[in-house]
Design a protein around this ligand. Structure first.
Ligand code: HAM
Length: 443
């Protein structure tokens, strides 16, 4: 196919037939974030490359292999954001949010870019919803963010997503753990991939994340981090666990979670599913004390997480989780002739003002073709408008499901009155049906 009609590899078109699914997920994550006091932050989709080198870490796969980096026309090195945290923190520092009332609670939603090998659930352009909570140093904030993630998953109706937690310690105890890792991997150096040999000298924890099968096999027997935690980190992790228990949030400890970004300290976590093939994480995050200072801000601790919107939608589809219905056209006007089109436009405008979805023909089609269209879009009612109806000031509102017709006056208020009445009747009908169902279940 010609390149001009083909999307770039690893990208997706969100088609009109699916857009309501995305809008639903977007509304749920937004509502839940707001309920926990988070406000939206929108940052540029590209930043100075330096921000990600510093913010994500120059020993990570993201920085080394996956960034979309280019020189702009002013010879500045620019990178399309591979994740949301670095940009969010940059904006919080640059705009002084970190000096306002603490904690800073921000959420964001938007595209990210990673030059990865595309496969199911892994894209080169994907969308993240994320939150960052800056200020609090303690475990309560870790659990506050995790509980937001859990609430979102529940509200989306998702099943079998486990919250996996770990602690990767602080600057002090991590040194001991890294030394143990170096000692272990050094013995098996000949089996490590080239990148991991380099990692051994720079950041041995990254080896645990390597996708290469031989490194993965070695990683299985590598020392685990929890036994190297200092007393403070141990106590903090105990608090995290008991707070999650108090919140009745089930979790699994997974010492293999080290996360693919360099900024984490202490608590790290992922929301994991077994139903999306190799891409098991629908979300992930953790604490990052020190990152705000590293990026030129005050020494503020922070914690946050991000979820992949594509993966949330895919998992919902896979599990047949309920999406709300697409917005349905309440009345599809079927005009014949110019005057009728004009009248339809006026009536449709009034219905829309009142919150009803309405359409009318703009193609000059026959009544039969218009009826076919009304059927296809699933319109609840149609209203045929011809010269006779205009002259009489009255037309028939046809219920497309049942077929019955109701005479309605061709005035804005007259039509609205009938529609309101029909909606009330339908609501009572639904309630009666639900009651009947409950009764028959009880019998
Ligand atoms: P991350 O684990 O790299 O963390 O990404 C978060 C989520 O984004 C993943 O769990 C996954 O659902 C989704 N995701 C990542 N890469 C792709 C991809 N190529 N295609 C589709 N979905 C993808 C972060 O980005 C951290 N900034 C999270 C965070 C926020 N930590 C603290 N605050």
């Amino acid at each position: 196919m010609a390149i001009i009609t083909t999307k770039p590899k690893g990208t997706q078109d969100l088609l009109p037939a699916d857009s309501h699914k995305w809008q639903f997920v977007e509304s749920v994550v937004t509502e839940e974030a707001k309920k926990s006091g988070f406000s939206m932050l929108r940052t540029p989709m590209f930043e100075h490359t330096e921000l990600f080198l510093r913010g994500v870490g120059d020993t990570t796969d993201i920085v080394n292999k996956e960034m979309y980096t280019f020189l702009d026309k002013g010879d500045r090195s620019i990178t399309l954001r591979p994740e949301g945290t670095a940009g969010a923190l940059r904006a919080a520092i640059e705009n002084g949010l970190v000096h306002e009332a603490l904690p800073v609670r921000i959420y964001y939603l938007g595209p990210c870019f990673r030059y990865e090998k595309p496969q199911a659930g892994r894209f080169r352009q994907f969308h993240q919803f994320g939150v960052e909570l800056l200020g609090p140093a303690g475990y309560a904030a870790d659990c506050e963010t995790m509980s937001l993630g859990v609430r979102i998953l529940r509200r989306l109706g998702l099943q079998n997503v486990s919250l996996q937690i770990n602690s990767i310690g602080c600057k002090n105890c991590r040194a001991d753990y890294q030394a143990a890792l170096v000692a272990y991997f050094d013995q098996h150096k000949d089996q490590l991939c080239e990148t991991c040999i380099e990692r051994l000298g720079k950041n041995p924890m990254r080896i645990l994340d390597c996708k290469c099968p031989t490194c993965q096999a070695l990683a299985k027997d590598a020392p685990t981090n929890l036994e190297y935690l200092c007393d403070d980190c141990k106590t903090e992790f105990e608090h995290v666990k008991s707070q999650l228990q108090a919140l009745q949030i089930p979790y699994v400890i997974n010492e293999r979670i080290v996360r693919g970004l360099d900024y984490y300290t202490r608590t790290v976590f992922e929301f994991v599913t077994g139903e999306l093939g190799a891409q098991s994480a629908v979300g992930g995050g953790g604490r990052y004390n020190g990152l705000v200072a590293d990026l030129g801000g005050p020494d503020l601790p922070g914690v946050g997480f991000a979820m992949g919107m594509e993966r949330l939608v895919m998992l919902m589809e896979k599990q047949n989780a309920p999406f709300p219905e697409k917005e349905v056209c309440e009345v599809c006007f079927i005009p014949m002739g110019e005057q009728a089109v004009q009248k339809s436009a006026v009536l449709a405008a009034r219905l829309r003002e009142e919150g009803f979805a309405a359409e009318y023909d703009l193609m000059g089609r026959s009544v039969k073709a218009q009826m076919k269209y009304a059927n296809r879009i699933g319109a609840k009612y149609t209203l045929v408008l011809g010269d006779n109806e205009l002259a009489a000031g009255q037309a028939n509102l046809k219920d497309m499901a049942g077929g019955e017709e109701t005479a309605v006056p061709l005035t804005e208020e007259g039509l609205l009155e009938v529609l309101y009445q029909k909606n009330i009747d339908r609501m009572f009908g639904d309630i009666a049906e639900a009651a009947e169902q409950m009764n028959s279940q009880g019998e």
